[in-house]
Write a protein that binds this ligand. Structure first.
Ligand code: CP3
Length: 344
C-alpha cells in the first residue's frame, strides 16, 4: 500500500497493512531546514508564499517515513484575517494587537472579504497537493472556535485563558456571538481547503479541555457543529483534537466530527469503546521523543498493539498527543516513524 492509499483507507474505515502516521507540528523549529528558511523570511511570509510553505511542509516527508503532509499555516490566520493584528515575536509566542473585550470590539471584526484574505491557505494547499504528486495524504486545518476565542480575548498565550472563561460566564451572549462568527469563518475556509485538495481537515481545540463538560456542551459543541454540519453535507471528513479532553469523552460525539485526535492523557480503549466507528488518532506523549530514540520503540509498539485489538487496526492513525516540542531531535522522530513501519 502506498502512503496516500493507506491514509485514505484509515479515513474510510477500510483495511490497512498498518496504521498511517503523521505528527502534529511535523514542520517546525526542530527541523534545520525550517530554521534556515525562518532566518531569511518572516513567519507570515512563509505562510503567504506557496513555494516556501510547500518547501517547509515537505521537509518532514523527505526525512521521515510519514504518510501525510499538513499544510503549513497557523490557527491564528483567522483572527489575523478578521483584523486583530497577529504577530509572532522571536521566542515569545503570538501577540494580538486588538483583543475582544466588548460588543463594540466584536462589531469591529472585519467580516467583509475575510475569505479573500484567507485565500492564501487554500492556495498553499493546492500548491502542496501538486508537489505531493498523489503519493501522500494531505491535511488542512483550523483552530476550533473556543481555542480561537481564547486567543482573541487573551491577546497572547496563557496557562488558564482566564479572560475567555470569565467572558463565557459574565457575557455568555457576547461569547456565543464571537464563537459563531469564528465558526462560520472557519467552516468556509475549511471547505476551501477541501476544495483545494485536502483529504481531511483537523480542528485544533488546544484549550477546550480547560472547560468543564457543561460549558463545553453549551458553548463549544454548537460552534463545532456550525463547522461540521456544512462540511459533512459536502462529504468532507473532519477530525477534532481536544487537548486535555478525556472528561469530555461522553459528549464529543455531538461535535459531528468523524474522528478524534487524542492527547497523551486520553485513554485509547475508552474512546474506542465509546466510539466504535470513529477514526482515532494519537496519542504518543510528545515529550517521549525528548527521552531519546531508545525510549520511543516500546511505547509505539504498545500503541500499535492497542490499535490492532479492534478491527485489525482500522480507523487508526498514529500521531502524537500534542505538537512536536521544538527541542526534539530528528533522530527520535525517525525512530518513531521507523517503529510504525516495522510493525506492519
Ligand atoms: O507541521 C505543522 O503542523 C505546521 C503547521 C502549524 C503551525 N501551527 C505552524 C507554526 C499548525 C498545525 C499549528 C497549529 C497551532 N498554532 C496550534 C494548535 C496546535 C497546538 O500546538 O496546540 C496553536 C495553539 C497555534 C498557535 C501558535 N502558533 C503558537 C502558540 C505559536 C508560538 C509557539 C509555538 O508553539 O511555536 C505559533 C507559531 C507557530 N505556528 C510556529 C510554527 C512552525 C513557530 C513560529 C516560528 O517559526 O517561530
Amino acid at each position: 500500500m502506498d502512503s496516500l492509499a493507506r491514509f485514505r483507507a484509515a479515513l474510510d474505515g477500510a483495511p490497512v497493512d498498518r496504521p498511517p502516521v503523521w505528527l502534529m507540528r511535523q514542520a517546525g523549529r526542530y527541523l534545520p531546514g525550517y530554521r534556515e528558511v525562518r532566518r531569511q523570511h518572516g513567519f507570515w511570509d512563509v505562510c503567504h508564499t506557496p513555494e516556501l510553505s510547500t518547501q517547509v511542509a515537505l521537509e518532514p516527508l523527505d526525512r521521515f517515513k510519514l504518510d501525510a503532509a499538513i499544510v503549513f499555516s497557523d490557527i491564528l490566520v483567522v483572527p489575523q484575517a478578521l483584523g486583530l493584528g497577529v504577530s509572532f515575536g522571536p521566542g515569545e509566542g503570538p501577540r494580538l494587537e486588538r483583543t475582544l473585550q466588548s460588543a463594540s470590539d466584536l462589531a469591529a471584526w472585519k467580516r467583509d472579504g475575510v475569505a479573500e484574505r484567507l485565500a492564501f491557505v487554500p492556495k498553499a494547499v493546492a500548491h502542496l497537493k501538486h508537489a505531493l504528486a498523489g503519493r501522500y495524504g494531505l491535511l488542512g486545518f483550523s483552530g476550533a472556535p473556543f481555542t480561537l476565542f481564547a486567543y482573541c480575548t487573551e491577546g497572547s498565550g496563557s496557562d488558564d485563558f482566564a479572560k475567555a472563561r470569565i467572558m463565557l460566564h459574565k457575557e455568555p451572549w457576547l461569547a456565543e456571538r464571537a464563537l459563531a462568527t469564528l465558526a462560520d469563518v472557519s467552516a468556509e475556509y475549511l471547505e476551501a481547503q477541501c476544495e483545494a485538495g485536502a483529504d481531511v481537515v483537523q480542528l485544533f481545540d488546544t484549550w477546550g479541555g480547560l472547560l468543564d463538560r457543561a460549558d463545553y456542551v453549551r458553548f463549544c459543541l454548537p460552534a463545532l457543529r456550525r463547522i461540521t454540519e456544512p462540511l459533512k453535507a459536502r462529504g468532507r471528513k473532519v477530525l477534532l483534537f481536544v487537548r486535555g479532553g478525556q472528561h469530555l469523552l461522553p459528549v464529543l460525539g455531538d461535535s459531528g466530527a468523524d474522528g478524534f485526535a487524542l492527547d497523551w492523557r486520553s485513554d485509547w480503549s475508552e474512546f474506542r469503546a465509546r466510539y466504535p466507528k470513529a477514526i482515532l488518532q494519537g496519542n504518543v506523549d510528545p515529550l517521549l521523543l525528548l527521552a531519546g530514540a531508545d525510549a520511543v520503540s516500546p511505547r509505539v509498539r504498545a500503541l500499535l498493539e492497542t490499535m490492532q485489538q479492534v478491527d485489525a487496526g482500522r480507523r487508526c492513525i498514529v500521531n502524537l498527543g500534542h505538537g512536536i516540542h521544538k527541542d526534539t531531535s530528528p533522530d527520535a522522530v525517525a525512530a518513531l516513524c521507523d517503529e510504525v513501519k516495522v510493525h506492519a
